[in-house]
Design a protein around this ligand. Sequence first.
Ligand SMILES: Cc1cc2nc3c(=O)[nH]c(=O)nc-3n(C[C@H](O)[C@H](O)[C@H](O)COP(=O)(O)O)c2cc1C
Length: 205
Amino acid sequence: MKKFFSILLIIFVVFVFLFSKNVKKEDKMNIPKKKILVAFFSRTGEQYAVGNIDKGNTAILAEIISKKLNAEIFEIKVKNDNYPKDYNELTEFAKNEKAKSLRPEIIGKVENFDTYDTIFIGYPNWWGDMPMPVYTFLESYDFTGKKIIPFCTHESSGLGTTPGKLQKVVKGKVLNGFGLYGHIAQNDREETESKVNEWLKNLNI
Ligand SMILES: Cc1cc2nc3c(=O)[nH]c(=O)nc-3n(C[C@H](O)[C@H](O)[C@H](O)COP(=O)(O)O)c2cc1C
């Protein structure tokens, strides 16, 4: 009986030794963590169905996503910003920008862009398209090999054809995007969070 317990003890000690060695090995493997960026464009001022807002509808989504995924956030801002604060004037201004395929100059740069493997791109649906400064942003970086995930706010059109347009500009893989009514993002935090959660869960990134 004594011999039996001694053998059992030896087996136990050997097992613990091997197991602890394995754990240390995994610690040392230095597996790189996924780096995620949430880049977005969004406007304050007068917006459809919400009146005058201090925080843009898409900005609200961007913040929720970045918090949930512990991702870096980058706001796409134009240089010499002269977008009108009045909604109707803004729609005319943006219509002209789109008609001329303008590329407004943007400020700032994403530092260490190469180190991100997953990039969320957020924007309001403007005339069924991405706002022109988003194109400026997309054309400033090399997205090859990255996962790209669009999200937008809108007031009925959803993402529309923007994922296809995005795909044309970037050469990375475009995953299932997410669209939400701007007034829901602005006024209903609970519904917004629950819809974002559901989408992120299905994305499985
Ligand atoms: C210039 C402009 C064009 C728009 N075009 C559309 C459109 O084509 N379809 C739509 O559903 N909503 C459209 N909207 C509504 C915006 O997509 C919506 O209000 C959005 O939530 C604004 O987001 P933001 O506060 O992040 O800028 C447009 C708004 C603006 C200002």
